[in-house]
Design a protein around this ligand. Structure first.
Ligand SMILES: Nc1ncnc2c1ncn2[C@@H]1O[C@H](COP(=O)(O)OP(=O)(O)OP(=O)(O)O)[C@@H](O)[C@H]1O
Ligand SMILES: [Mg+2]
Length: 260
């Protein structure tokens, strides 16, 4: 199963990705979690120890590798480079495993078709498509904020897109935009995850204002989430309430997708 986690900036995409990754791994699943954010922080949310985090580097910043595979230096414009570089060895070579979650940092990926035609984007697009074609048991893509990256490649192959929202109109506005874009490109399996919900009235607000998307579940607002970040401990370990919520969502998602 392949999931893309999207939503407005700061709503909790990385927190949710880390929680689901560990929940599936603890269930014996083979998990690859991909950080596709220009400023990666998924490894921190997963509680990767420092020595493993040091081994992680976004593929987008691997200038030598990009040169070796595309035939051109990152940042060059014009000239020739291959649009279809070899990438099949990259997930194994550059991913790092901790507690049965394998993690790969990609860096910023522009998948929407806009943006530059340059070696690094050719490399990342090819890698992204490769990841979507692979037969990973569970692939979780922690996308960066906003909607502009939602190109065809994303939706053709993901089984579900999870849209994280807070109980604010602004984050619901982004969710509505994501829903529209997803509909434009034919992805219908979208679920909303409400995060930082403090009480029933906030949950009711989300339900009432949701842009017509089914709610998969809620994560309550809990100051221990930030505390976990400061301590370098995975939210999954530090906040039992959120761990249980994530375990339930992981199971519900499987159930929902098996019925489609
Ligand atoms: N349930 C929660 N309760 C309290 N704080 C939370 C909760 N979920 C996330 N946070 C906090 O909100 C902030 C943003 O969370 P996170 O990094 O997961 O969001 P994001 O959507 O991935 O952000 P970005 O768009 O920057 O990638 C972090 O400081 C995190 O600790
Ligand atoms: Mg994030």
């Amino acid at each position: 199963m392949k999931f893309a986690i999207t939503g407005k900036g700061g709503v909790g995409k990385t927190t949710l990705t880390a929680l689901l990754a560990q929940a599936y791994a603890d269930n014996g699943r083979d998990v690859l979690a991909v950080d596709a954010d220009p400023s990666p922080c998924l490894a921190g949310a997963l509680g990767f120890p420092d020595e493993l985090r040091q081994k992680l580097k976004p593929i987008s910043e691997m200038d030598e590798l990009i040169f070796e595979r595309t035939g051109a230096r990152p940042g060059t414009v014009g000239g020739f480079f291959t649009l279809n570089p070899q990438v099949d060895d990259i997930p194994e070579r550059f991913s790092v495993r901790h507690r049965d979650v394998r993690m790969l940092e990609m860096g910023a990926v522009d998948l929407g078709g806009s943006g530059c035609i340059c070696p690094e984007s050719a490399m990342l697009k090819t890698l992204f498509t490769h990841l979507l074609f692979r037969k990973d048991d569970i692939l979780l893509l922690d996308m960066y904020a906003g909607v502009e990256h939602l190109g065809r490649a994303t939706v053709d192959f993901v089984d579900a897109m999870l849209v994280v929202v807070e109980p604010t109109r602004r984050s619901l506005g982004t969710a509505a935009q994501i829903k529209k874009l997803a509909a434009d490109i034919g992805l219908t399996r979208l679920w909303l995850v409400g995060n930082k919900v403090r009480n029933e009235s906030e949950a009711a607000f989300l339900e009432a204002e949701t842009p017509g998307l089914p709610v998969l579940g809620y994560l309550t607002a809990n100051l221990a989430v930030q505390e976990a970040d400061r301590l370098g401990i995975a939210v999954y370990d530090y906040v039992p309430e959120l761990r249980s919520a994530a375990q339930k969502m992981a199971a519900d998602l499987e159930e929902l997708l098996s019925n489609i």
